[in-house]
Design a protein around this ligand. Structure first.
Ligand SMILES: C[S@@+](CC[C@H](N)C(=O)[O-])C[C@H]1O[C@@H](n2cnc3c(N)ncnc32)[C@H](O)[C@@H]1O
Ligand SMILES: [Zn+2]
Length: 300
């Protein structure tokens, strides 16, 4: 399995391994040591909006417990099947906002079992999340960094996953190969409906639309995924799910107590995948040049 080729967050030159694989160094001498847990910290202090950005340790632990209980396994399965259909060969993949790595490592294990040794990067702005992710697999390149400055070379990725995380068009356009695929997981209208009905007096039907956040170089090809139900038992599972959703942060304390006293909670999971193709349009100048060439050919 190839390690992902990373670039220097300071000067954007390629990073090469040195010091028996313990350090990444660029040609200008910027260097980054591997953390003892096996990940790279490529987030510069000046790129941080806060001292400790991204999910905090409690959120990371709640997500790990919840996902490892298998509640979202059908979502991982949809992801694996989609990848096998789209790319029946080894590819370079980045999971942006990978969190504690459940999907990244689940995908890597599945792909390896299918005989595909993909180059995989798991990137997240939270060092707590990446530290936890690094425990899941040594075959994945894990890095702390931002989706706003993806630390990989221009046009180097065949596939990018964004699962319940930030979508930023411009950085994606730099790193995707023309013809590459972007898979975005987002909540469908029925997502956690019964839970939301218990939290809010009035539940709004909302569906996010990932394509609206991207430039016209991206085209929606397909929407995948179908709703299913899960049953949470006891207050640990309920509080873990609340810690993973924005609803948990918004709700009143009295509602939280009411929910945590439930013996069980059945709710819908409606997670959709948008399969999006990236095909950059020729720039205006390229277009003008093409016209010139066509004119010249006509005149010959
Ligand atoms: C809702 S969680 C999803 C985690 C994972 N994809 C999953 O579904 O289990 C969103 C993740 O995005 C990360 N995040 C937030 N802003 C980010 C940024 N600018 N760049 C990279 N990751 C970011 C958070 O730290 C968090 O781990
Ligand atoms: Zn550098």
């Amino acid at each position: 399995m190839q390690p992902m080729q990373l670039i220097c967050p300071v000067c954007s030159d390629l990073l090469e391994l040195s010091n028996e694989g313990r350090t990444l160094r660029c040609i200008s001498g910027h260097s980054f040591d591997r953390a003892k847990q096996g990940y790279w910290n490529l987030l510069l202090v000046q790129s941080k909006r806060s001292k400790d950005p991204g999910d905090n340790p409690e959120m990371v632990q709640a997500r790990t417990r919840f996902l490892d209980s298998g509640f979202y396994q059908p979502v991982l399965q949809t992801l694996c099947e989609t990848l096998d259909r789209l790319v029946p060969n080894p590819v370079a993949v980045a999971d942006l906002g990978c969190g504690e790595g459940y999907y990244t490592s689940g995908l890597q294990q599945h792909r390896l079992a299918q005989g595909y040794a993909d180059e995989i990067l798991g990137l997240d702005i939270s060092k707590h999340a990446v530290r936890a992710a690094a425990r899941r697999s040594k075959e994945i390149t894990w890095a702390v960094g931002s989706s706003a400055r993806i630390p990989v070379a221009d046009t180097s990725l065949d596939l990018v996953l964004i699962i319940f995380s930030k979508i930023l068009s411009e950085p994606l356009e730099r790193v995707l190969k023309p013809g590459a695929t972007l898979l975005v997981a987002y909540p469908g209208p029925a997502h956690l409906m019964s839970l939301r009905e218990l939290i809010y007096d009035e539940v709004r039907e909302s569906e996010s639309d990932p394509i609206s956040q991207l430039s016209d170089a991206f085209t929606l090809e397909k929407t995948l995924g179908s709703p299913f139900e899960i049953e949470l038992k006891g207050n640990q599972q309920i509080s873990d799910l609340l810690a993973m959703t924005p609803h948990g942060q918004r709700m009143r304390e009295s509602k939280r107590e009411q929910l945590l006293s439930l013996e069980s909670l059945v709710t819908e999971v409606d997670i959709r995948f948008a399969q999006i193709r990236y095909q950059p349009r020729p720039s205006d100048t390229d277009g003008a040049r093409d016209c010139d060439i066509e004119r010249q050919l006509e005149n010959e």
